[in-house]
Design a protein around this ligand. Structure first.
Ligand SMILES: [Zn+2]
Length: 375
């Protein structure tokens, strides 16, 4: 993550800013400064935009909270000049889960809007539209009320904009989830993606002629992301109907629990095997992964045994498990390999490399009858 800087972390999720982020603050200082014609306007711009990114972060934490509740890891939240993104380890293909995760972000803004609205009503604040705020700034300078009005209005805009049904914006994800409750997942994604790209083109044209540079960037982003995610879903869907037993490796190096971590390291380094299953009496008792082993090497002496450092309660996949589900699990758990069992006995390993290799083959081959089913 050389292109972003960590600010802090919450729920073990790193909140990071992209290195281009200061540009938006500079832009805000310049833009607000020229509109109002004074330094106080420039300061207002920087504070207001910073607060907007607090709203964006809360919005992304809304998505993250829902994702974590479903057991989907969140890698990080990255803030960039055009907004924020919570990077989930994978997008759940269960429509209800995607629906809840997608709606959770805008819901945070709705709650904030209600709270701020209550303050407006209770204190009878004269909230005005953002343009009036700017005109006020050039006369009266930076006031807290102007800042409140600006954040109040922008927060509502944030909720409304994200709920536009343009995949992969939140509203588009809600739309796909609703479609996927009736149609198969690939068809639902294709429809949502087409609508998303049509929206992006319309937004792009509108923004181009009205001079909204950030909206143009957002339109380009939505257009590309909609296409990419649909392509990814189509690509993955070809795995349906293939099972673990078709590609797993039965001939794998396995180690006993009494092996030292130095021995495990040597074996992994010289065989290139992405994980070492630990077996005892033909039974799988754990697995040593590459990242796990490297972490253990730093923490434990080389003569420590693998039973101290292995992942003991790893869920194996069955010989008959669908590769589509295996790929989803590997993405969610960021696993390089999973142990394979059949009739309760250890059978071997299946690696992310093998799944990707199969994907490459399937994509290179024309698919007369795609292996697609509803989810
Ligand atoms: Zn969102």
């Amino acid at each position: 993550m050389g292109s972003s800087i960590k600010l802090f972390s919450i729920w073990d999720i790193d909140i990071r800013v992209h290195i281009t982020f200061p540009l938006i603050l500079l832009w805000a200082a310049f833009q607000f400064g020229t509109i109002t014609g004074n330094l106080s306007g420039a300061l207002f711009g920087v504070v207001a935009i910073s607060l907007l990114f607090v709203l964006v972060t809360l919005h992304e934490l809304g998505h993250s909270y829902a994702a974590l509740r479903y057991g989907v890891p969140v890698k990080q939240i990255v803030l960039s000049p055009i907004g924020g993104v919570a990077q989930l380890a994978s997008i759940p293909d269960k429509p209800l889960q995607e629906f809840v995760i997608a709606i959770a972000g805008p819901l945070v803004n709705v709650v904030i809007a209600v709270l701020m609205g209550a303050v407006v009503v209770l204190f009878g604040l004269p909230v005005t539209n953002p343009m009036a705020v700017l005109t006020g700034l050039s006369v009266g300078g930076f006031t807290l009320l102007a800042l409140f009005s600006y954040v109040f209005v922008y927060n509502i805009f944030l909720a409304a904009f994200n709920l536009i049904p343009a995949f992969p914006l939140d509203g588009g994800r809600v739309f796909r989830a609703l479609l996927a409750m009736r149609l198969n997942y690939v068809t639902a994604t294709n429809i949502a993606s087409a609508v998303g790209r049509a929206f992006a083109v319309a937004l792009g044209i509108y923004a181009f002629f009205t001079g909204g540079i950030f909206l143009v960037l957002i339109a380009v982003f939505v257009y590309m992301a909609a296409g990419q995610e649909a392509a990814y879903v189509r690509m993955r869907s070809v795995l349906r109907g293939y099972t673990v037993q078709q590609i797993y490796s039965a001939e794998v190096h396995r180690i006993p629990p009494s092996y030292t971590i130095q021995q495990a390291f040597n074996l992994m380094a010289f065989t290139g095997q992405s994980a070492l299953p630990v077996t005892f009496d033909e039974q799988l008792v754990g697995i040593v992964t590459r990242p796990g082993l490297l972490a253990a090497m730093r923490q434990f002496p080389p003569y420590a045994t693998v039973d101290e450092v292995m992942l003991a309660n790893v869920r194996p996949v069955d010989l008959t498990t669908d590769l589509y589900d295996v790929q989803q699990r590997m993405a969610e758990e960021q696993a390089e390999a999973l142990p394979v069992t059949g009739n309760g006995r250890f059978m071997g390993l299946i690696s992310a490399r093998q799944v990707n290799e199969l994907l490459r083959w399937l994509r290179a081959t024309p698919q007369p009858t795609p292996h697609v089913q509803g989810t």
